[in-house]
Design a protein around this ligand. Sequence first.
Ligand SMILES: Nc1ncnc2c1ncn2[C@@H]1O[C@H](COP(=O)(O)OP(=O)(O)OP(=O)(O)O)[C@@H](O)[C@H]1O
Length: 279
Amino acid sequence: MSALLEVSDLRLQFGGVKAVDGLSFEVHAAEILAVIGPNGAGKTSAFNCISGFYLPTSGSVRFDGRNIVRPAPDFWHALRLVPLLQSFGFFRVLPSRVTKWGMARTFQNLRLFREMSVLDNVKTALHARLREGFWSTLLHTPGYRRAEEACVREARGWLDFVGYQGSEHLYVTQLPYGEQRRVEIARALATSPQLLLLDEPAAGLNFNEKQALMALIRRIRDLGVAVVLIEHDMGLVMKLAERIVVLNYGKEIADGTPEQIARDPLVIEAYLGVEEEAR
Ligand SMILES: Nc1ncnc2c1ncn2[C@@H]1O[C@H](COP(=O)(O)OP(=O)(O)OP(=O)(O)O)[C@@H](O)[C@H]1O
């Protein structure tokens, strides 16, 4: 089976800092993969490159057979025109297009629309799919109203799916943190992704909320959606992930099942090193 996501030799440098240093891995349909590593290992930077938010220094990202990032030919590098061409969308794909292709994500620091209700936040993901034109929207034609009703039904369906039980009319800022996380996942699912990237979805959640999150991620996988999560909670990762990729100082140091990762000497050293420094 060919991979849904192929990341090859991905590199991202900020000045002298090699945030991502030669990362390669694959994700298959309906797979749960965790990306772990100590603070500053390059996990979020890698997510940002994969989802089109950052432009990597080099490497390639292929999603569902299409290039999100592809290396620019040497000719353009020689003319030093690559950054300029990339700013016009050459050799890269912008995040909005990546979402349309079927990749959705959530963020380490929630990025909900704070001045909108719960329902409207989820509807924003669906409006991108509405094909109603300017005049039908302005005049609220029957076609527009039908599309809008379908949009509301679907948004409610995703809120139910993630287990949101509060009022859909509340502003998201009125919700406890755990509920805001659910709404952000509902909004991501409303884009109908084949791949969902979750950046530290369990951060700030209590024990019960983490159990519910694990059950939710399994239900998302059961829909046929691949899930890649960055997570620091090792207990959760070991129970949930089918495969784990480990980063340290931007480099990939291991890729395997939870059992393989738990006894990998390089992984143990990376984590013990962190504990030693913390003492
Ligand atoms: N926009 C930026 N500008 C400069 N350096 C950055 C930027 N973003 C990240 N870095 C650096 O790149 C490295 C990797 O950071 P990144 O946030 O990707 O790590 P991480 O593994 O996600 O960390 P954490 O688990 O703490 O979220 C760090 O040294 C960080 O300081």
